[in-house]
Write a protein of this length. Structure first.
Length: 90
């Protein structure tokens, strides 16, 4: 989530995964995926910068917590080997 400021100076946190687009009209208007619109004091460039920083922080923290060499599962055949011709089941 990123922190932004409404026009009345109230702070709000926005889930940046829900942002559809950001436009300057002349105030910065953020349209969410559900159609809700938020008007904020930050410029479009500032909103984009904060979203980029947030995503960079998430990606760097997830790669830092991942093991250096993830364990690979033992290879198993997807299908059982074909039965040899002429074998009988009993």
């Amino acid at each position: 989530m990123i922190q932004l400021t409404r026009l009345n100076n109230a702070r709000l946190a926005v889930n940046c995964d829900l942002i559809k687009y950001v436009e300057a009209a002349p105030d910065t208007v953020i349209t969410l995926l559900n159609g809700e619109k938020l008007v904020v004091r930050e410029t479009t460039e500032e909103v984009i910068r904060r979203v980029s920083e947030f995503r960079r922080a998430v990606l760097s923290s997830s790669s830092a917590s991942a093991p250096a060499h993830p364990a690979t599962p033992a290879e198993k055949p997807i299908f059982p080997p074909p039965e040899s011709e002429g074998s009988e089941r009993g």
